[in-house]
Ligand binder design. Structure first.
Ligand SMILES: Cc1cc2nc3c(=O)[nH]c(=O)nc-3n(C[C@H](O)[C@H](O)[C@H](O)COP(=O)(O)O)c2cc1C
Length: 181
């Protein structure tokens, strides 16, 4: 087996300093098999507002950098809250910059919605990721409701069922890659 790490590019849908979604991505990066290397994107709020006029052969620099991170990754992990029954605008904006490209096509992609409720946001996230042809697996999708009461300031999961659900998410997400080796 190759000693090269499996590279995962992780995107949080919340830009809040104490974001539960960001903390979940950190939690996963610490718990996942050391064969994986997870880079958590911290510049989503630096992408310009999507404008089709700017989505030309040479798009804005930050967009090129973002797309390259996706292209270079072996897999993608998205963890987001629901805002106003939908995706946070910042995350939707990032996806809009990718629709004209094929950067997500065929990439193993894990989806987590961690929110107060989150059902509609989760459905929309799934639809968007199908649209950009990400490779999806039912076992690597998770909706965590009432998240603020299930994770503490240090990022420790304080709810045993959520801890178990994340544990199986991590295993299922990882197995997709390991089964392909
Ligand atoms: C502008 C705004 C709108 C929100 N709308 C929803 C919503 O429609 N559904 C929901 O489940 N939670 C909603 N929430 C609550 C978020 O789920 C909650 O703040 C969550 O912890 C945010 O994730 P974070 O901790 O990663 O920032 C909203 C929060 C904000 C700030």
């Amino acid at each position: 087996m190759s000693s090269q790490k499996i590279k995962i590019f992780a995107i949080a849908g919340s830009t809040r300093k104490n974001s539960s979604n960001f903390k979940i991505l950190k939690y996963i990066s610490e718990k996942i098999n050391p064969q994986f290397e997870i880079e958590i994107f911290e510049e989503i709020d630096q992408l310009p507002h999507f404008n089709p006029d700017l989505d030309q052969e040479i798009p804005p620099q930050k967009v090129t950098e973002f797309r390259n991170k996706i292209i270079q990754a072996d897999g993608i992990l998205i963890c987001t809250p629901e805002y106003v029954f939908s995706l946070p605008g910042t995350l939707k904006n990032a996806f809009e910059w990718c629709v004209s490209s094929t950067v997500f096509s065929g990439k193993n992609t894990g989806l987590i919605t961690a929110s107060a409720s989150g059902e509609m946001g989760h459905e929309q996230l799934l639809l968007i990721m199908k649209t950009v042809e990400a490779k999806l697996n039912n076992d690597a999708q998770l909706l965590i409701q009432g998240i603020r009461g299930k994770i503490d300031d240090e990022g420790k999961i304080t709810n045993p069922d959520t801890e178990k659900a994340l544990e199986s998410f991590i295993a299922n997400f990882g197995n997709q890659f390991l089964n392909e080796l």
